[in-house]
Design a protein around this ligand. Structure first.
Ligand code: GDP
Length: 535
């Protein structure tokens, strides 16, 4: 069993992060560019999932490809300088924010990517709220500076007003949006000049010029950038590591990912400033030190990712110790042993076998039959990390098999999707035949569930819409009282939580007025109301 201070040393080199952005801000492009800079791929394009490009890192399912969105999650590991970077992919679509939340439990830092012409968009805000709820430090990247956009100072203002974090630019653009010449390196005052390469598919040339050289060669654009840079310092918009880690400020960088401009700077910032993995508290609040024996928390379970490997894959983040392939670990929830013979780091379509992993690393466990998101795996002394709370669902459908003779497949499929967290499953004795109620945060989850029921379990389903929009936790004793109100139903979620389902806030008010003694409690991972996506 490998552990000891080795793990803490390895952890100090890790930077585990995710990129969060509104669709189209350039997340895929930036991912390619990061990998290109880290020299994982020779030419950008190899990981992109959009039509007409080559194979993709994260788009596994047919449906995803057809829609051009990424539902799955994967992890990429690459080195930069003295650091090993773990980039964990997050789903782009708002309907999968619950998945995103689970993925974000596995990272120590987030890169918030903005389109220079659009600033903070709806999905950027939602994902930002998730990061805030998880207390994840955020690096902000203003992308597409090669295209006309907002003014840099205006963007800073928007970031500050919308997020409440103080933006502290580490680089400052030279040339307005649409005329990207390079950046001021605000730590040294130097000019970093970027030069285009054909199509941006290979590394852009960059050179460092002194302020005097910059003035001589660039002229007025340099002077403007220089003045703004000084103004920012005078107003105290300079980086402060403690306030960044406390989420009170966010370092800002300017990029054109499609041209590879500014991407090297982002890698440097991840290496220098992003936090390395720190010890995690368990359910009892005791800290599992980094060099304690191995422990990891599952944050995502997925099946049907690849038709050639039809199995169930669980993604886990190593929290302590070092992990060797072949070790038998304990599954904390069931107390059973789990043989890790087939462990893979997942990168691109191929599966690479992983031999050792350290805190901050993401491991993909195959044949992960019993594992669920939130589960802990460990060796040595027992440990359980706090479960990942499900979101409060806002959309509800009663499910039944289209072909009643396929009831067994139906129940097996629904159970599988429930365990994977594709949808939540509720049951109410009042439903004829105990038909399951599928509950979701975003309606597209139903499409995924229906698609998978048909393609994997050969069991097309009928989904009947239910008029509820709100779920509050209640107790078994209060359930009959709550259900006295017409149109209110109580159903048990598979994690045992009893949910009272309401059509709207008014119904909640009526029940509270008539029966002030009953328990009706908001559930979910502590997000402010209204941050879960609504149709
Ligand atoms: P995603 O949906 O966030 O993954 O966005 P993509 O990476 O697919 O980018 C969306 C579109 O913006 C694509 O057409 C990209 O080529 C384009 N794009 C991304 N980054 C840049 C950039 O820095 N400059 C310009 N001009 N276009 C960009």
């Amino acid at each position: 069993m490998a552990h000891g201070s080795h793990a803490a040393v390895e952890a100090s080199t890790r930077r585990t992060f995710a990129v969060i952005s509104h669709p189209d801000a350039g997340k895929s492009t930036l991912t390619e560019a990061l990998l290109l800079h880290a020299q994982v791929i020779g030419e950008a394009g190899a990981t992109h999932g959009k039509a007409g490009r080559r194979a993709t890192v994260s788009d596994w399912m047919d449906m995803e490809r057809a829609r051009g969105i990424s539902i799955s999650s994967s992890a990429l590991q690459f080195s930069h300088g003295g650091a090993l970077l773990n980039l964990v992919d997050t789903p782009g679509h708002a309907d999968f924010s619950e998945d995103t939340y689970r993925v974000l439990t596995a990272v120590d830092c987030a890169v918030m990517l903005l389109d220079a012409a659009k600033g903070m968009e709806t999905q950027t805000m939602k994902l930002f709220e998730v990061c805030r709820a998880r207390r994840i430090p955020i690096i902000t990247v203003v992308n597409k500076w090669d295209r006309p956009g907002l003014e840099a100072l205006e963007l800073l203002d928007e970031i500050q007003v919308r997020t409440g974090m103080r933006p502290t630019p580490l680089t400052w653009p030279v040339g307005i949006a649409g005329d990207f010449r390079g950046v001021v390196d605000r730590a040294t005052g130097d000019f970093i000049r970027f030069t285009r390469t054909a199509g941006g598919s290979t590394l852009a040339a960059q050179e460092r010029l002194s302020p005097e050289q910059a003035l001589a060669e660039v002229g007025p654009d340099w002077t403007t950038a220089q003045e703004e840079h000084e103004l920012l310092s005078a107003d105290d918009y300079d980086h402060d590591q403690d306030s960044f880690l406390a989420q009170d400020s966010t370092p800002v960088l300017f990029t054109a990912a499609a041209l590879n401009f500014g991407v090297g700077q982002l890698l440097d910032v991840l290496e220098r400033l992003a936090p390395s993995p720190s010890p995690r508290p368990d359910t009892q609040g005791r800290v599992r030190e980094l060099d304690a024996p191995f422990s990891a928390q599952v944050f995502k379970v997925q099946a049907g990712m690849d038709r050639a490997h039809r199995d169930r894959l669980a993604f886990a983040r190593v929290c302590s110790g070092s992990f060797e392939r072949g070790e038998v670990v304990t599954h904390a929830r069931t107390r059973r042993g789990f043989a890790t013979k087939y462990v893979h780091s997942v990168m691109g379509r191929g599966r690479e076998t992983l031999d050792t992993a350290h805190p901050g690393d993401i491991i993909g466990l195959v044949n992960a039959g019993d594992l669920r998101a939130g589960d802990t795996l460990h060796t040595g002394p027992a440990v359980s990390f706090p479960p990942i709370p499900p979101f409060a669902p806002e959309h509800f459908r009663v499910a039944s098999p289209r072909d009643p003779s396929r009831c067994k497949q139906f129940l097996r499929g629904i159970d599988q999707l429930d365990q994977e967290g594709v949808i939540q499953v509720l049951r109410s004795e009042r439903r004829p035949g105990n038909a399951p109620i599928l509950a979701a945060v975003g309606p597209m989850q139903f499409e995924v569930a229906a698609h998978r029921m048909e393609s994997e379990f050969s069991c097309p389903v009928l989904l009947e819409n239910l008029p509820y929009t709100l779920a509050l936790a209640t107790t078994a004793a209060d359930a009959p009282v709550v259900e006295l109100r017409q149109g209110v139903e109580v159903a048990a979620r598979s994690d045992g939580v009893l949910l009272a389902l309401f059509a709207d806030e008014w119904q909640v008010k009526w029940v509270r007025r008539d029966h002030p003694e009953v328990l009706l409690e908001a559930i979910g991972p502590g997000l402010p109301p209204g941050t879960a996506p609504r149709q």
